[in-house]
Design a protein around this ligand. Sequence first.
Ligand code: HMG
Ligand code: MG
Length: 299
Amino acid sequence: MQLPKHVRLVEVGPRDGLQNESTPVSAETKIELINRLSDAGIVNIESSSFVSPKWVPQMGDAKSVFSGITYKEGVTYSALTPNMRGLEGAIESDVKEVAVFVAATDEFNQKNLNRTTKDCMAQIEPVVVAALEQGIKVRSYVSCIMGCPYAGDVNPAQVAALAKELVDLGCYEVSLGDTIGKGTPLLAQTVFEETAKLVPINQLAAHFHDTYGQALANLLAVLQLGVSVIDSSVAGLGGCPYAKGASGNVATEDVLYMLKGLNIETGIDLPKVIAAGNFITEHLGRANTSKIALAGFSG
Ligand code: HMG
Ligand code: MG
């Protein structure tokens, strides 16, 4: 089995995880979570979103979060920015990396961004251009890659075409999101193979939600294609506010456990991540949904 030797893990729990939590979480708690994650050795942390607080109230404190982080050298603390207003917020908070996002279907884009896919791309373009002019790195997402809650099946060629457009605009990486977590391993390979015809595989990341319990299997499937960047969420937090029923991203703890067993290095301290997961789920008043945390793994 051909696998990468090293995986770069992008922790999205503070953003993708918490954005869907209805229990209010204070900026102070979010900051402590982010600090604990960096202390565990995670070097990419998507920390918040500069989006409309009417649409995603939990992310309304992005400015406070970014002003309170204990910044650690070598760690990238990124933010989601859907439009110019979002980018302006990120610049004011001195954010060094932003992420833009678009779904593979018009139906999802209408719900999530109030626009068609074409109009989303038109909105993204000036954000990417302006961010790059300011020396801010831009990551990107294509979501609903293996199914859309409103349109059903998704054509892999559409995912590939959008990923190419994003890279052509200047995004350094495209994270392919199974937003509703319905995908299975063969489909995951098909979508990544199709996309890799247009975008080098080392510019693709896997962002799998675990709604149907398929995320680890799907990750193993795409690792075998050479994918070496994985998004995950501590304690399996979250979901997407515009994908009803979608559960959180695959849990960071479970991904780390699997990667260790595959002899793939990450440089991350798993027990510290479990402790961070327990910290945030205690604040949310519920259990850590990571399987290995639930099983009592202690290192
Ligand atoms: P809109 O209604 O089309 O925009 O929303 P608008 O320009 O008409 O503005 C509406 C209001 O929002 C105005 O305020 C704006 O000022 C304000 P009002 O005049 O009504 O008081 N506004 C903003 N406020 C703060 N920050 C901003 C901002 N922009 C406008 N940046 C908009 C367009 C993009 C704002 C809206 O659709 C939005 O915020 N959507 C949120 C989308 C979101 O965060 N979704 C979840 C993240 S995506 C995801 O989870 C998937 C992913 O994880 C990958 C995967 O899983 O596959 C990435
Ligand atoms: Mg997501």
